[in-house]
Design a binder for this molecule. Structure first.
Ligand SMILES: Cc1cc2nc3c(=O)[nH]c(=O)nc-3n(C[C@H](O)[C@H](O)[C@H](O)COP(=O)(O)OP(=O)(O)OC[C@H]3O[C@@H](n4cnc5c(N)ncnc54)[C@H](O)[C@@H]3O)c2cc1C
Length: 227
């Protein structure tokens, strides 16, 4: 029977046995772990990589988040790193040949009070100084961008304006993004190993300990090392 995951290729669901040693062992198969595996392989040719995940791939925060991809953060450092990430997203589906369902339809943050207007206008100013495509919209401009928003001044909390980043968007569902990362990782050959808790926690039962630490229970999962 077809399921929501049927469209995902088989290689996403490999369950490789841990090897004795890897060049790099990454703890946590969320967005950061999978992306790290991908970019290690893609940028540096490091493919002998294990990603250890105690649950299922991308089952942590990745499975819960709102899936908004944007770079209009207030501080210069945050805006810069998210802008770099957004730029990577813009080419990722093509690079992976995998539909990440990334849709750059823009993000609006509505302001309903004078204080929110002040904060929002300040953020737009800071973003623009950093080269981010941020805009401040008045209520009529908000209605043009998103006609279903009721900008009537008669509302209890009327819309006084909004920040708008046109290049921001969403990638949904989360599983697809993780699938994309997992796909990237798998294609470039790191091993995503699910059900494997790292030596950093008290749960050694499914562990792949780093070299200097002995596994107290080597029978449940083969120990492996990095470096
Ligand atoms: C409700 C919510 C909404 C959000 N909305 C957005 C949004 O709209 N846009 C946005 O950009 N960000 C959003 N975020 C933030 C985003 O989800 C996180 O920044 C991102 O998921 C962090 O990725 P990660 O890989 O660090 O962590 P996670 O995705 O949590 O992955 C960590 C993984 O490590 C595994 N793990 C932990 N410890 C061990 C161990 N000892 N051994 C083995 N495995 C282990 C966990 O099981 C988990 O799978 C949101 C977060 C939440 C919670």
């Amino acid at each position: 029977m077809p399921t929501a995951f049927s469209a995902h290729p088989e290689h996403l669901w490999r369950e490789p046995e841990p090897k004795a040693a890897y060049d790099v062992v990454i703890v946590g198969g969320g967005g950061h772990g999978l992306a790290t595996a991908y970019y290690l392989a893609h940028e540096f040719g490091i493919r002998n990589v294990a990603v250890l995940e105690r649950g299922w791939l991308a089952g942590g925060n990745m499975a819960r988040n709102t899936t908004i991809i944007r770079s209009n953060y207030l501080s210069e450092a945050s805006a810069a790193i998210y802008e770099h990430a957004l730029t990577l997203w813009e080419g990722l589906a093509e690079a992976l040949d995998y539909d990440l369902m990334f849709s750059q339809r823009g993000v609006l943050n509505l302001a309903h009070t004078p204080q929110e207007v002040r904060e929002s206008v300040r953020r737009v100013g800071a973003n623009r100084l950093s080269g981010i495509d941020a805009h401040w919209l008045d209520p009529q401009e908000v209605a043009k961008v998103c006609p279903i928003v009721d900008v009537s001044p008669a509302r209890r909390y009327p819309v006084l304006g909004a920040t708008f980043q046109p290049r921001a968007g969403r990638s949904a569902p989360t599983r697809s993004r993780a699938g994309g990362s997992g796909s990237a990782g798998s294609l470039l050959s790191p091993s995503p190993i699910s059900g494997c808790t790292s030596a950093t926690s008290a749960h050694w039962r499914y562990c792949c300990p780093i070299r200097s630490r002995p596994s107290p229970d080597p029978t449940t999962r083969s120990p492996c090392s990095a470096g």
